[in-house]
Design a protein around this ligand. Structure first.
Ligand SMILES: NCCCCCC(N)=O
Length: 369
């Protein structure tokens, strides 16, 4: 696709809409996903104030979600089957190209990358043992939109990459080089596929993702993200005894020693993690142990960070974890980082992180075509 002039736009570039799934499975979401659905509802409504939202719900959930969103003009609900509701990873990665009218294409065209998906590691550490429905989500979305599809055999989740829209991609070695994704590919081969499909010329590799992010093997979208080209927001902690500290120091070193696709030094802005937060006994017991999904063990560290937000058209939709001090601090950091956006902190994001991700993980932007 890069050879055809396609690139993955930065997330802050104008969106046509946002795609979301709807949580259901009781072996990943506690209390039969009721608390999680409240937070998904708040997230969808918050985003819909800035851009249209399409919620995809299973046949079983459809009637309730449709009724719930009846009076939300900017939200439509369609029926789609899924294994779980992480559309950052199972939705298409949209790429766009300018021009093309000389060869009869519209001025701006768009396509969707349909990566291979194996539930974050397949049978070698994945989150559930059947991902057959999730493998078709990207295809179904681009078909609904009548958008061309670039299928790829390489396993990749959208949450494991971030781009600046100007040729630079950041990702973590912990995830992309994990043998449970593409054991037959070398680092260079993976880099070449990212360059070709995302239209980037530089990959900056960060060693490890967020401490405790075992579900995804350290997706970059839980550790850091671009604020704008050349400036990166990095999850941080002042507590040198927190295992997160070493991880963030290593990330800071990798980022400050790198230059981006345009030869810029990277400026790093720190944003303190909440907590630390741990799964409570009540939360763990509320998740069904079916043997088909990764268990939620009380006492385990939650992989919670504020960089897992969704940049809507003019709005930053960010997680609030109920840690009053850090939630307020994060809101201020995000507002300073995105002065032209309205920052909306979504209460109850702890319910999403109990499922292994956060607001960026449950959303997928579709850029304007
Ligand atoms: N249990 C599955 C968690 C998936 C999290 C998705 C993400 N992009 O971080």
């Amino acid at each position: 696709p890069a050879k055809m002039g396609f690139r993955m736009p930065a997330e802050w570039e104008p969106h046509e809409q946002c795609w979301m799934g709807w949580p259901e499975r009781p072996d990943n979401w506690r209390e039969h996903a009721e608390p999680a659905r409240k937070t998904f509802e708040r997230t969808a409504i918050a985003i819909s104030k800035f851009e249209p939202v399409t919620i995809c719900a299973s046949a079983k959930q459809y009637p309730r979600v449709h009724e719930l969103m009846e009076h939300q003009p900017n939200i439509r609900v369609v029926e789609m089957s899924m294994n779980d509701s992480w559309f950052r990873d199972t939705g298409p990665t949209f790429i766009t190209r300018e021009g093309g009218s000389d060869i009869g294409l519209a001025e701006q065209t768009i396509a969707g990358i349909d990566w291979e998906f194996n539930a974050w590691g397949g049978l070698g550490g994945g989150c559930f043992d059947d991902w057959s429905l999730d493998r078709s989500i990207a295809k179904k979305i681009v078909e609904i939109e009548r958008i061309p599809r670039f299928a790829h055999t390489m396993v990749l989740e959208g949450g494991s990459i971030h781009v600046d829209g100007e040729g630079t991609c950041i990702t973590t070695e912990e995830c992309l080089l994990n043998p449970n994704r593409n054991p037959h590919m070398t680092k260079l081969e993976i880099e070449n596929e990212l360059k070709d499909f995302l239209g980037v010329t530089k990959i900056i590799w960060i060693p490890l993702g967020l401490h405790g992010d075992e579900d995804t093997n350290g997706h970059v979208d839980n550790l850091c993200c671009f604020i704008k080209p050349g400036v990166i927001l990095l999850s941080w902690t002042d507590d040198e005894n927190d295992p997160q500290y070493e991880i963030s120091v290593k990330a800071l070193s990798a980022l400050t020693q790198a230059v981006d696709a345009k030869g810029r030094q990277i400026e790093v802005v720190k944003i303190h993690v909440p907590g630390p937060l741990y799964i409570t006994k009540e939360e763990g017991e509320g998740v069904l142990a079916t043997g088909h999904a990764v268990p939620r063990v009380p006492g385990k560290r939650l992989a919670a960070s504020y960089v897992n937000f969704y940049p809507a058209n003019g709005g930053i939709i960010a997680p609030a974890f109920g840690d009053k001090k850090r939630d307020e601090e994060a809101r201020e950091v995000l507002q300073k980082a995105f002065p032209d956006h309205e920052v909306v902190m979504v209460e109850g994001a702890r319910e999403i992180v109990l499922g292994g991700g956060n607001i960026h993980c449950i959303t997928q932007q579709q850029p304007v075509r």
